[in-house]
Design a protein around this ligand. Structure first.
Ligand SMILES: Nc1ncnc2c1ncn2[C@@H]1O[C@H](COP(=O)(O)OP(=O)(O)OP(=O)(O)O)[C@@H](O)[C@H]1O
Length: 754
């Protein structure tokens, strides 16, 4: 690996409050935006810096020590609060963003160094594995941000949350400033939060909401007039049901403040969810009673907005779009637009409780994700007012672009947690299955002692059918082990490929009951393997996941970031490995262009581990791998059900391969696949020929007008097939992330060949 790619350039400025820093001024100037907006941001940051002032002396002394220990200084620099400039991303001369944290130590460095003033230190280091998304250990606290002390104590007792993370320290004061300054209409703004996976974004937006509802309760003298019947005050939208369930459980812990507290602060607040998969009538009944903070998925929300008369949103104060970039993707965006339109129409101009100054003047919209790019600008055009962009790592707090030539999050690179160890393996298709097995066997090749614990692995696959196939294979296709003890559960161990490992699966085509049950079980288990589609990629906070295996590369770079983000959360360590075919090696450059660096691992090294895990030291790994492959093929051929599963999985795999984005088509093109070898990776000895023809035939197109799968493609007036409509329809018909599902493809007559 090119060593230069790992060099880090850190600049630490003198103790200049951020609002007085010439470089920030130049950055704001460069960013542009209205004068009013810039002034507002300066004011907010200044206010922020005052809150931080008690910590500045600590930071100063820390930085003095740093001159003696440069590596140490990098860690401290990452934790510098908002009143100091961390120059990771800013070219001080021009205000342009340099490549972010892991930027190449380029020739420009010496020039830049000269241009910095004499007070500035320059520190460079080759590697930085210091956790980047964990709580920051200094004197700064939630209490010093001004959050209600009962709320802070409650969250400490229930969730063990004491110290804020970087994004919480940056964003919470800004989100709260819209509360404390609500008398001045000029202070109204929307917020875009982009921070690494596992950095605590959920609490970042939940804390200010609950805090304000508590403030309102305390401020209204006879607060018995407050009741759930006021309707929905906050809506939190998420792309998946599991994420909604997860957010609701955090929310319930937050609002359930012990009643022993004198004024029982949040007594009237009711949280709930509408996520589909449940009978509409029971959802309607709950909405009628009043759900003040509602967590929901877009489709179901729109349904209730259109059809449930007793669903009151007139007083809505917050709209949170969690995983906002996903919510703005094709398939969700139209739903979102309709939701926004209805909310706008139903808006009630008047304040329901004029006696309190804490009631917000207007609805605030907050967008959150680890990967927000151009989509935000699109939304900024019609749904955001005075949006402020808050980044997690660097000093990215700025008005979001208002003019076309302005900087925007588009130029912000996605970042993965520093402490996450990322690797990739180049495997020929025919060796994929045995390589995956070798990795799993080596992980679970530990006697059932304590060290067997915490081997929680997530394996991402491109289609539901592929997940079903591998789930079945790894559950049943093992050889009867000669080493089983009497204690072993014979019914499982005798047939599992990885003896003793619990196998789970999660995808969008399972019933909601099964999905929720699996999600809860995998959440609670200490050790197990989860086969899943991208339905589990976004937002899920599954504790102690040790390793992510991307068996199929993601079809969108953003999904890479979210998938690997299921491990290495909140400062913890984690590993991720990506499987690539030899024809896909260029994808590593795509990752590098986003400053995502993965180390290569040789396929031979992984297969070698089989000699240990299979206890066949004297044999070469080739023989053991060949035996394994044979074992899988025999299992697949053993009955017609297995063959059908394998064929469906193969078919769906190829179809989803064809859905890679246009910019990545040169790397992931179906024509580059050796279909015979791909079939082997599904335990098939030959390519199902009918599938092969359907997939590669250019004449198999979708007739968008008639909604049928046609042999002949009917071009539109310009002589082209309407690919956008085809894609859109695919997204709409497919339930959440059920892409690549064989049954759906045929049942709904969808063409995934784009
Ligand atoms: N300040 C904190 N101290 C300790 N734990 C925290 C803190 N903030 C959040 N957490 C915990 O960290 C975990 C990750 O938080 P969360 O799911 O909000 O991350 P996220 O940034 O939304 O990640 P993703 O982008 O993957 O959705 C949760 O278990 C949460 O309870």
């Amino acid at each position: 690996m090119d060593e230069s790619n790992n060099l880090i350039l850190n600049f630490i400025t003198d103790d200049v409050p951020i609002d007085e820093s010439p470089s920030l001024r130049s950055k704001l100037k460069h960013i542009g935006g209205s004068w009013k907006n810039k002034k507002k941001v300066r004011k907010l940051i200044k206010k922020n810096s005052q809150v931080h002032s008690q910590n500045s002396s600590i930071d100063r002394s820390q930085r003095t020590n740093n001159t003696e220990n440069q590596d140490e200084s990098i860690r401290e620099n990452n934790s510098v609060p908002g009143n100091f400039i961390n120059f990771h991303n800013i070219n001080v001369d021009t205000g342009n963003h340099l490549n972010s944290q892991k930027s190449t130590y380029s020739r420009d460095n010496s020039n830049t160094q000269k241009k910095l003033n004499s007070k500035t230190q320059i520190i460079s280091s080759i590697f930085n594995h210091e956790p980047s998304n964990g709580p920051i250990n200094d004197t700064y606290s939630f209490k010093s941000m001004g959050l209600n002390s009962d709320l802070v104590e409650n969250i400490k007792n229930k969730l063990g949350v004491e110290k804020p993370t970087n994004i919480q320290r940056r964003a919470i004061p800004i989100l709260m400033s819209s509360i404390s300054n609500n008398e001045s209409k000029e202070e109204n703004f929307d917020v875009v939060v982009q921070a690494e996976t596992g950095s605590g974004k959920t609490l970042t937006y939940l804390f200010p909401i609950i805090h304000q509802l508590i403030s309102i309760t305390a401020d209204i003298q006879d607060n018995k007039i407050l009741s759930r019947s006021i309707g929905t005050l906050a809506i939190i939208l998420t792309p998946t049901r599991e994420l909604a369930i997860q957010i609701l459980s955090v929310l319930e812990a937050l609002i359930n403040i012990p009643s022993s507290k004198q004024h029982h602060l949040a007594h009237w607040i009711v949280a709930g969810s509408v996520i589909g998969g449940e009978k509409r009538q029971s959802e309607k009944a709950r909405l009628r009673k009043g759900i003040n903070i509602l967590v929901c998925t877009p489709g179901r929300l729109l349904d209730h907005l259109q059809n449930t008369k007793s669903f009151l949103v007139e007083n809505l104060c917050w709209l949170i779009l969690d995983e906002a970039d996903r919510l703005l993707e094709l398939g969700f965006e139209e739903t979102l637009q309709s939701i926004l339109k209805i909310l706008e129409e139903k808006k009630n101009g008047s304040q329901p409780f004029p006696s309190t100054k804490f009631w917000p003047n207007r609805r605030q919209t907050v967008l959150c994700s680890a990967t927000l790019k151009d989509e935000v600008k699109r939304l900024a055009g019609y749904a955001l007012s005075n949006p402020i962009f808050i980044g997690g790592k660097n000093d990215e707090i700025s008005p979001l672009g208002e003019k076309k030539d302005e900087k925007s999050p588009k130029e912000t690179k996605f970042s993965t947690p520093n402490q996450l160890k990322q690797t990739y393996v180049i495997t020929p298709a025919k060796l994929r299955l045995v390589t995956l097995t070798a990795i799993l066997k080596s992980i679970f090749n530990v006697k059932r002692t304590e060290s067997f614990m915490n081997h929680k692995i997530i394996i991402f696959m491109s289609s539901c059918d592929s997940v079903d196939f591998h789930f079945d294979l790894f559950t049943k296709a093992g050889r009867i082990s000669e080493e089983l003890t009497e204690d072993d559960d014979q019914s499982i161990s005798t047939i599992a490929v990885i003896p003793g490992a619990k196998i789970f699966r999660l995808h969008g085509d399972l019933s909601q009951n099964v999905r929720t049950k699996t999600f809860n079980e995998f959440n609670q288990t200490d050790s197990g393997i989860l086969f899943c589609t991208d339905v589990a990629a976004r937002g899920l906070d599954l504790p102690d996941v040790a390793k992510i295996i991307q068996y199929d590369p993601p079809t969108d770079l953003k999904d890479y970031v979210h998938r690997v983000g299921r491990t290495a959360r909140l400062g913890k360590e984690g590993e991720a490995i990506l499987f690539l075919l030899p024809s896909e090696i260029e994808y590593i450059h795509v990752l590098r262009s986003q400053e995502i660096y993965a180390e290569p691992v040789q396929v031979e090294t992984l297969l070698e581990t089989l000699t240990v895990s299979e206890k066949r030291n004297k044999e070469g790994y080739e023989k053991i791998a060949a035996d394994l492959q044979l074992q899988f093929e025999r299992y697949v051929l053993s009955n017609s059900e297995c063959i059908t599963l394998a064929q469906k999985a193969y078919s769906s795999h190829i179809r989803s391969y064809a859905t890679h984005t246009t910019s990545e088509k040169r790397i992931f093109h179906v024509k580059k696949l050796h279909l015979g070898h791909v079939a082997k990776s599904f335990g098939l000895r030959e390519t199902p020929s009918n599938i092969k023809n359907e997939v590669v035939s250019p004449s198999n197109k979708f007739d968008d007008r008639k909604n049928v799968y046609k042999k002949k493609n009917i071009p539109n007036k310009e002589g082209k097939c309407n690919q956008r409509n085809i894609k859109k329809r695919n997204f709409e018909i497919m339930n959440e992330f059920s892409i690549g599902n064989y049954e759906n493809v045929y049942k709904n007559g969808i063409c995934l060949t784009t």
